[in-house]
Ligand binder design. Sequence first.
Ligand code: ADP
Ligand code: MG
Length: 206
Amino acid sequence: MIRVDILSKRYGRVPVLGPVHFRIAPGETVALLGPSGIGKSTILRILAGIDTDFEGCVSRPEHMAIVFQEPTLLPWRSALRNLTLANAGLSEAAAREALARVGLKGRGEAFPGQLSLGQQRRLALARAFAGRPELLIMDEPFVSLDAKTAETMIALTETLIAETRPATLFVTHARAEAERLADRILELRGEPATLSPHLVQTEGYD
Ligand code: ADP
Ligand code: MG
């Protein structure tokens, strides 16, 4: 079980987050929704352990992967090496298989700069899923994509989540994306921001 218990988070004297408490069960996909600037990325960084300067505590599995808004690939390494360097113990065969799953079959030797932006984003997804993380964190991974590319990426992400079943925290300001991908939506509101949780899927009801 992943636990986030933030009592407060400030930048300098400015309180950004009020009490924020939530859990993510194994295999569950949770969307964190809210307008730009409210504190979504801040929560994500706290959960990931990148930001430890807050009051409260978090508990997360060791085996974690993060997909940022930008692909954050190593430009001087091949697609294949981008996968194996990020995932200790991943064999070359498994890395090639992971590339094939995102439509990059045969592109293992290409450098990120030789791939289109859409392909780079798919490579970043392959890198995140290849190690079969227990926790997957995604920060607005489909923002600033054209409608067609965004649709392709969302469908691919849905498939990878269904195959791999990590606990997922997915940050977005787009309600439609949240409703499509998530089992549950947590919405940030107010200043400092707190959660107003609500269910998007009710088992057994149409
Ligand atoms: P979101 O991801 O929801 O757009 P962020 O978590 O990035 O929001 O930021 C929440 C608020 O905290 C914003 O007002 C932002 O300007 C501020 N903020 C974010 N990072 C820092 C920082 N390193 N120093 C000071 N203020 C920050
Ligand atoms: Mg953000």
